[in-house]
Design a protein around this ligand. Structure first.
Ligand code: 13P
Length: 252
């Protein structure tokens, strides 16, 4: 069963407006719509609209956001609603990134609400999961990742579950320069599919895109993307350079 190939660039809290426009324009100038890869740029909120303008002439280059509110609208100063994101042209939104878990203490209950908001406004949630180094060392990583999947996807109806994208991002590999080996990535991605088959069904497990994230770059992407259960990447640092990001896209 064939799944889409996807490469998403999470710029995190980097760039200013001119840099964002320059980066988005440089990526748009290089990507090839004929390669069949779904490409997603995920800039900081204030640059969504200008990023959209820079990429909208490319059919396979899409806009995503790094987070959304658990609320629909109203008196929540400083929050960004999924409906607002949709109105800027976003198609995707990250939910459950480890930095949101770690620094902002977001919980599975929050991620369920955020994904509900995403669906209510026609956005696709990219739900991020992954263990810390300590959890890998003490052998609890398989159970932990299973729980992360169950606690959030388990709250949705079958027709919604089929719309999720997952991103496995081991925390110990994020921004550290230490990437998972292709064997470690494949092993966990296969585990995730097994968990999906157990919780839901085989079709769901086979159809859901599962991306790898964590120090993925132009050098290691070809080996990671060649893994049977790895459908692409969620890229942090290497997405801030157009050339590196485009070489990652070319890695399938
Ligand atoms: P790095 O590619 O910088 O390790 O970040 C990965 C990540 O967290 C993407 O969401």
């Amino acid at each position: 069963m064939s799944r889409p190939k996807i490469v998403a660039g999470n710029w995190k809290m980097n760039t200013n407006l001119p840099e964002a426009i320059q980066l988005a324009s440089a990526v748009a100038g290089r990507v090839n719509d004929a390669d069949g890869v779904v490409k997603i740029l995920i800039p900081p909120f204030p640059f969504l609209t200008e990023t959209k303008k820079a990429i909208e002439h490319k059919a396979t280059l899409h806009l995503g956001a790094q987070n959304c509110s658990t609320h629909d609208k109203g008196a929540y100063t400083g929050e960004i609603a999924a409906g607002m994101l949709k109105s800027t042209g976003c198609k995707y939104v990250l939910v459950g990134h480890s930095e949101r878990r770690q620094y902002f203490h977001e919980t599975h209950a929050d991620f369920v609400k955020k994904a509900e908001q995403a669906f209510a406004h026609g956005l696709t949630p990219i739900y991020c999961i992954g263990e810390t180094l300590e959890q890998r060392k003490n052998g609890s990583h398989y159970e932990l990742v299973k729980n992360q999947v169950k606690e959030v996807l388990g709250a949705f109806k079958p027709e919604q579950i089929g719309k999720f994208i997952l991103a496995y991002e081991p925390v110990w590999a994020i921004g550290t320069g230490e990437t998972a080996t292709s064997a470690q990535a494949q092993d966990m991605h296969a585990h995730i599919r097994m968990v999906l088959a157990e919780l839901f069904d085989k079709t769901t497990a086979q159809q859901m895109p599962v991306l790898y994230g964590g120090s993925c770059n132009a050098q290691n992407a070809p080996e990671l993307f060649a893994c049977a259960d790895v459908d692409g990447g969620l890229i942090g640092g290497a997405s801030l350079k157009a050339d590196d990001f485009c070489r990652i896209i070319d890695s399938f």
